[in-house]
Write a protein of this length. Structure first.
Length: 342
């Protein structure tokens, strides 16, 4: 009997995230009374990971990320989950050190041998990242879920935040948009083998360039694009900055095969949730634009800003790294809306 993991969950991948407004409501009364002077990044912002400064100039990065299946194949699900979780370390400019697994499994519905394949997939990605999958915790749940808690390290001077953009910065994106569209097509039985390979290539490609970006002083801010979509994570970058972003629509990279599905209105339910939460901050999002701009990405690319004076230097660096990248826009003085698509 073939087990199709996506049929056991309501939402897929990072599309199962709790909506931003609901999350804010949950966290609104949860401020901790104690002050920790060594905690450089905590939950007072919407950054990708927590960061704690040590005495030797190094900082520990701590993150966790887990979700329900985005694909049917268990081994591939483990690979995607691990890639996605490790990305949060890279998004802080850091180096991953080790990971532990988080497994929720409906043992009365899906054989344990399938769960074993999920873990093996995660081990494969951890090996590529050069870190051990050193343990974990498991519970019996109604829906399958899997992810990692990852520990990393970064020099304090190399630490990158998600909301430290500066005026005139150039914005770069390292993966195309449309992962949520393809994963929805898969769940509906519409995805062919070639498109599945495309989905897998993007979602299992480690954002390891983030560690190198952390060493570059002219990289001002980094985040990874996941469940809140491109627009949602760009809004987090702009938070409290007093600045806006102008995005060139033609420069945004889109997965080619996802365009046809978008025309057929194949997209995750949480795309609409993201749109409803974000549209009041956006100008120039018309027609079907929202399907890609608000598409919940799973294991999406890095979105980072670079001082305009160093744009050519960055272009050369990325070429030397053989890194896919698109220059998608600029940080500008405050406009009527936070994000302006042109």
């Amino acid at each position: 009997m073939e087990i199709k993991l996506t049929q056991f969950s309501k939402a897929s991948g990072c599309g199962c995230k709790i909506a931003p407004a609901v999350l804010e409501e949950i966290l609104s009364g949860c401020k901790q009374d104690l002050t920790f002077t060594n905690l450089l990044v905590g939950n007072e912002t919407k950054d990708d990971a927590a960061v704690f400064e040590l005495e030797d100039g190094n900082c520990i990065i701590s993150t966790t990320d887990f979700f329900t299946p985005i694909v049917d194949n268990a081994f591939d699900f483990g690979k995607i989950s691990a890639t996605n979780a490790i990305s949060d370390i890279y998004a802080m400019g850091g180096k991953p050190l080790m990971a532990v697994a988080i497994l929720g499994w409906p043992v009365d519905k899906i054989p344990t041998a399938v769960a074993q394949q999920v873990i093996k997939g995660a081990q494969a990605i951890c090996s590529i990242a050069g870190i051990p999958l050193a343990g974990g915790h498991s519970v019996d749940t109604q829906e399958p879920l899997f992810g990692l808690a990852v520990t990393g390290i970064v020099k304090k001077e190399h630490l990158k935040r998600n909301n430290s953009v500066k005026e005139n910065d150039v914005l770069y994106l390292t993966k195309p948009l449309g992962i949520g569209v393809l994963s929805t097509a898969l769940k509906r039985g519409l995805l062919n083998e070639s498109d599945y390979i495309t989905l897998l290539e993007h979602t299992t490609n480690l954002n390891s360039v983030g560690e190198k970006l952390g060493t570059l002083s002219y990289v001002n801010a980094i985040t990874d694009v996941t469940g809140f979509g491109f627009a949602g994570h760009l809004l987090e970058m702009l938070s409290n900055s007093g600045l806006s972003a102008v995005i060139q629509k033609q420069s945004l990279p889109l997965i080619e095969s996802a365009k046809g599905f978008a025309q057929q209105f194949v997209f995750p339910d949480n795309t609409t949730r993201n749109y409803n939460d974000q549209v009041k901050h956006i100008e120039g999002m018309t027609d079907l634009d929202f399907i890609f701009y608000c598409d919940p990405q799973t294991s999406g690319g890095l979105l980072f800003s670079v001082s305009a004076e160093q744009e050519e230097t960055m272009d050369l660096f990325l070429k030397e790294q053989n890194q896919f990248v698109a220059k998608v826009g600029k940080i500008v003085a405050k406009r009527d809306k936070d994000i302006v698509f042109v």
